[in-house]
Design a protein around this ligand. Structure first.
Ligand SMILES: Cc1ncc(C[n+]2csc(CCOP(=O)(O)OP(=O)(O)O)c2C)c(N)n1
Ligand SMILES: [Mg+2]
Length: 377
């Protein structure tokens, strides 16, 4: 998690960018185990062999539409941030799309999700409207939380989206609470919580693993392992590179999958949801992925080599899914048509958000606190 001394650990080129593959030499340093899922490994190098049923081509095209929607929405948000239209930090999930889409389609209406500050992709995958989502990030009154949540506190209970969170790992025990409520009420609803590789080393993660496994909560832990915590590569933060090995100590079923392939994610989350709904408890899924944009808007990305990012482009979610569609007989023209429709949707969404009024100053404290007001106590 620390980033202060990262620059000195990765040899720098004169232009300030990290030396290509410099981390290769350093990654074994201090690690008792052979390095495996390092920063330049492709998500397809993940370990768990699971059954992956082929999804229907029309469903795959619908998923592709969502993936393009997320990608273009994130690009529009980055452009808006550059123009100074977004207050505070803004993190995008460019490159993480398949983790969100595969999972959302494997779960049911009424299930719950919590996620990190990097959660726009989840909101869109769970059906949140793009115009209202952009309005939320821009702090406008038509946003899902009337502009008061912003990017880092994306929320829409009506969609099951119970909250993104700016505090690393804080959303994870919240999901355990939702799963416990479902269990106590006998509702058979599942909760899924998304977090990063960096969150693994927060104490609350391990408290939640133990409690969820002991109480067999209907909960899915999903780690979007992009191999970086802010600007710090995984080999500097973790004693082992295979994150999915940690929760095995709590007696939990775990798997490490290609998080950039929607069909693989869909299969893994379907299995986990089945286990949760049958009362057999939580599952930990490590989805190997890669963040193709900076940690947040404005990140200069001097800590990773350009070659590493280029290598990952070959197995990024949209490319993987597009290839799949062509291989399953979906015509190029239909795919391009879908892309053009989504472009139009995003243009309309941006115009909607820009036209949305600012919240009224008189409403500053409305919907922010619950419980008795100071006058009532
Ligand atoms: C408790 C806490 N510590 C530190 C931070 C600062 N911080 C914000 S994002 C981040 C990196 C988290 O990395 P990871 O969990 O891998 O998620 P990613 O950003 O890669 O998706 C850190 C350390 C924070 N927000 N909360
Ligand atoms: Mg990370």
């Amino acid at each position: 998690m620390k980033q202060a001394d990262t620059a000195s650990a990765v040899p720098q080129k004169t232009d300030g960018r990290a030396e290509p593959l410099a981390q290769k030499d350093a990654q074994t340093e201090g690690s008792p185990l052979p390095a495996s899922i390092t920063t330049d490994a492709l998500p397809s190098e993940s370990k768990s062999a699971i059954d992956v049923p082929e999804l229907d081509a029309d469903l795959l095209l619908e998923m592709y539409r969502k993936a393009v929607l997320i990608r273009l929405l994130e690009r529009a948000l980055l452009a808006a941030a550059e123009e100074g239209q977004i207050g505070g930090a803004m993190h995008t999930a460019i490159g993480h799309e398949a983790n969100a889409i595969g999972a959302a389609y494997a779960l049911r209406p009424g299930d719950y999700i919590t996620c990190t500050y990097r959660g726009h992709h989840h909101g869109i995958a769970w059906g949140m409207d793009p115009g209202r989502s952009i309005a939320e990030v821009m702090g406008r009154s038509d946003g899902f939380a009337k502009g008061k949540g912003g990017s880092m506190h994306f929320v829409s209970p009506e969609h099951g989206m119970m909250g993104a969170n700016g505090i690393v790992a804080a959303q994870v025990p919240h999901a355990a609470g939702l799963a416990l409520a479902s269990q106590l009420r006998g509702e058979r609803k599942v909760a899924i919580t998304f977090f990063g590789d960096g969150a693994m080393f927060q104490g609350v993660m391990h408290e939640t693993f133990n409690m969820a496994a002991k109480w067999k909560l209907p909960l899915i832990f999903y780690c979007e392992n992009n191999r970086y915590s802010e600007m710090t590569p995984i080999w500097r933060t973790s004693s082992i590179e295979d994150i999915y090995l940690f929760p095995r100590a709590y007696g939990m079923a775990t798997m490490q999958i290609d998080g950039n392939d929607v069909e693989v994610v869909h299969a893994a989350v379907s299995q986990a949801a089945e286990r949760a709904r049958s009362g057999d408890g939580p599952t930990f899924i490590e989805g190997i992925t890669y963040r193709l944009a900076g940690h947040m808007a404005g990140d200069l990305e001097t800590y990773r080599p350009e070659e590493e990012v280029e290598k990952q482009q070959a197995h990024e979610p949209l490319t993987v899914l597009r290839k799949k569609l062509l291989a399953r007989g979906v015509e190029e023209a239909r795919i391009s048509e879908t892309e053009a429709e989504v472009e139009e949707t995003i243009d309309d969404a941006v115009s909607f958000a820009e036209a949305s009024p600012w919240p009224d100053a008189a409403e500053t404290y409305l919907d922010v606190f619950t419980g008795p007001t100071s006058e009532e106590t």
